[in-house]
Design a binder for this molecule. Sequence first.
Ligand code: NAP
Length: 470
Amino acid sequence: MKMYVAGKWINKAATVDVINPYDGSVIDTVPQASVDDVNSALSSAVKGAEVMRKISGYDRFEMLRKAADLLADRTEDFGRTITMEEGKTIVEGRTEVSRAVQTISLSGEEAKRLGGDVVPLDGAPGWEGQLGFTLRVPCGIVVAISPFNFPLNLVCHKVGPALAAGNAVIIKPATDTPLSALKLTEVLLESGFPAEAIQCVTGRGGSIGPALVADPRVRKVTFTGSKEIGEQICKTAGLKKVTMELGSNSPLIVMPDADMSKVVAATISSGFSNAGQVCISAQRIITNAKVYDDYLDALKVGVEAISTGDPMEDSVKMGPMVRADDAERVNGWIKEAVDAGARTITGGEYSGAMHQPTVIADVKPDMRVSCEELFGPAVAVTPFVDIDEAIHMANDSEYGLSAGIFTQDIDWAMKFASEVHSGNLMINSGPQWRADLMPYGGVKDSGMGKEGPKYAVNEMTELKLVVYHP
Ligand code: NAP
């Protein structure tokens, strides 16, 4: 596909292949943008921001509603594109499209709600006649940098609120998975957004990212990706608004009174969907010693029933990882843990990008499979004795994006909710749970700022205060 810069679909001599992770075939190529292309996108976005600022909230709502309808009409095409470029199963690909429809629809609703507040200035001593109120205005140009693992919906979580808030947006999709973002750009243009209001620049983040992020014309950078790149972007961005949606090694606490069949089902959906490549995947399963062996027995049966293979087949439950070298990395961490005393309960092998769904037990908190973000199809199970120890283990992480607990005891559940330091807290669910309307974002090194259209529009606008002095 071509990329969309300064109101034109353009090719470049230098291209990047888009690879199907399942069979290694080249499914398409995209241009490799240069810093000159970035500058051209930025100059065009300056005009786009001026045009967008003048479009009414109702018109932005109408355009986003149309975009949601077009996405819904093209569910199968988008679903297949996601599966081909990312490797998740076609069922997961279609689900991602239906979530993207929600994200864009919710963003459209927010376009009508960019209100301010009356500020009761007479509450300050001596100021009785002043009338104060706030106005919420667009930032101007938003740069949206997205990861590979949800190549459509995570782009929608940035582009939807940015356009709803009246900004121009420059998308920089992950190089592994740029096609869904390019097709989304087509949909947004078809929905009536002005040509300069959207750009989609493809190419390596390492070479074009700094030029995009450092430019003073950009007023907001919204990034989803790894902690390492997030930190680099924060340093390069300087004095700009930033939202950082970064990684995690999410814990799931299993208390002795948990319903074991529900815990096993939740571990499978939270730990292995999208081959474990979800920022809120269940990674550290902190399991009470009284039910530890029963849990491992039941989990082994459940995980061995996950069918793997060609992600285009409806019956397949888990496809490949995005790259073969990621499968090799995950396997290296598993082998390292086993060498240090952990046990493989099931799985543990890989071939190309396909890594077996894996359970390892007796994992120590300082092993890499536990203390770093694994981002692959394996869960690390560790025993604990009482809830204080479980909460200590859950918090013993540089990350804090999502956490889960299974228990029937309200006191344990509320202790978990108040003491575990995490952006999302799930009671009787795995940590991998998200409704697209909810506030979503981490604490500690999992980032800052919130997504979810209602919350993201706040991050993509500036608040101005007006005071009328009589
Ligand atoms: P990544 O390697 O950090 O890349 C993310 C994006 O940043 C890509 O578009 C990448 O471009 C770009 N990039 C790379 N270097 C850059 C630079 N110097 N300046 C600007 N942009 C740059 O992450 P990933 O491997 O795609 O995704 C996996 C990570 O994302 C995991 O850590 C996961 O936890 C996190 N994630 C977080 C959330 C959340 O909501 N918190 C959701 C999903 C994923 P290239 O592709 O061209 O390198």
